[in-house]
Design a protein around this ligand. Structure first.
Ligand code: SAH
Length: 341
């Protein structure tokens, strides 16, 4: 059966017309799904019984069951959701001063093989559909009885390896007739699949593009991130510059600091050279060591020195607050430890 959350509003209108109904019913259904967040078609009380029956016969609502939920004293919550085909999805909710941020997964497993990331140990199973991405947000809002204000595509998976579903999910999340999270509150993070950066630039969505850079030369970056063998730093930076020119949007670079690997002042100098003059922001992440991983967290001293060097040399850089480390919910820690699959 089809998942009703796999359709954007226009597609839903076509579905309704296909069922012999009027297109405006789609907007009513959209509201029930994304504003009221109902879990049953029978709760859609302004639809006729007959239409509700038709919907039940043709669609599922993809309601997630929470398999496991862990909470950290810092307010971070990690969810493991049960998907219908016996796979599981991890989602994290973080509390910041400016509101709640949800970190969603875009795939079950990941193909990118970044050496410092726990998702690398998981076999790639499949892409998540757009409805499965959106449902992460709805299920978390329902569980916490609260509204999420920001969404980042930084969970398991490479969003640009599941480009179409991710873009559609963003359009649904952004739609004013539904969830209505402003595009500026949506970030998509990529390990650097260059052609998709150009695609995103032309989508006319005002979301934030985040690039996982982590190193300033090809030798070092290729060791950390195999994707760099395909798309070199020079091409990546050029794509980012083009992205900025086309969209007028600031790009965010993520840089995970690993002791003795990429946290020297020499690295900071190279980074300044690479990003000089760009409309960008650098997010420094103290690397989270993974089981059997070769990279260790930088010292606080080095992290601060690195940040200060960037800031003194015209690159805006901040250190990302670490949340949820105690429940394996911090950057790069997500994986299906608990499922044993
Ligand atoms: N595949 C996408 C999004 C998922 S990862 C990407 O690569 O951007 C989200 C962010 O966490 C990325 O910047 C990633 O490089 C970073 N990350 C992964 N493992 C990490 C770790 N062990 N410590 C710190 N950051 C990590």
């Amino acid at each position: 059966m089809k998942n009703i959350k796999d359709f954007d509003l226009d597609e839903l209108k076509n579905e309704l017309i296909g069922l012999g109904e009027k297109a405006f019913r789609a907007e009513q259904i959209f509201k029930w799904l994304y504003i009221e967040k109902v879990r049953e078609f029978d709760e859609m009380t302004n639809l006729s019984l007959e239409l509700r029956e038709k919907l039940k016969q043709n669609y599922t609502m993809c309601n997630y069951k929470i398999l496991k939920k862990q909470e950290s004293p810092d307010g971070t919550k990690k969810y493991l959701f049960d998907v219908l085909d016996e796979n599981a999805i991890e989602t994290v909710l973080m509390e910041y001063h400016h509101g709640k941020t949800i970190c969603v997964s875009s795939q079950i497993g990941c193909k990118m093989g970044c050496k410092f990331c726990a998702s690398t140990g998981i076999k790639f199973v499949r892409n998540l559909s757009c409805g499965e991405i959106v449902e992460q947000l709805i299920a978390v809002e329902q569980d916490t009885n609260s509204k999420v204000s920001n969404i980042v595509f930084m969970g398991i998976g490479e969003p640009f390896d599941n480009y179409e579903n991710v873009i559609k999910a963003i359009r649904i999340i952004n739609n004013q007739k539904g969830i209505n999270i402003g595009a500026r509150h949506i970030s998509v993070s990529t390990s650097g699949i260059v052609p998709r950066i150009y695609d995103l630039a032309n989508e006319n969505i005002q979301c934030t593009l985040s690039i996982s850079l982590h190193a300033t030369n090809d030798e070092k970056r290729s060791k950390m991130m195999p994707v760099n063998n395909r798309y070199k730093i020079e091409d990546l930076i050029k794509a980012c510059k083009d992205y900025i020119r086309i969209t007028n949007r600031r790009v965010s670079f993520e840089y995970a600091l690993a002791k003795g690997n990429n946290d020297n002042i020499e690295d900071a100098k190279e980074l300044v050279k690479l990003l000089r003059g760009m409309l960008c922001h650098v997010n420094l992440i103290p690397i989270n060591k993974i089981e059997n991983g070769e990279y260790n967290k930088s010292t606080n001293e080095n992290i601060i020195r690195f940040r200060d060097y960037l800031n003194e040399n015209g690159i805006v850089a901040t250190i990302r607050r670490e949340l949820g480390t105690d429940i394996d919910a911090a950057c790069g820690q997500l994986r299906r430890k608990s499922l044993n699959k």
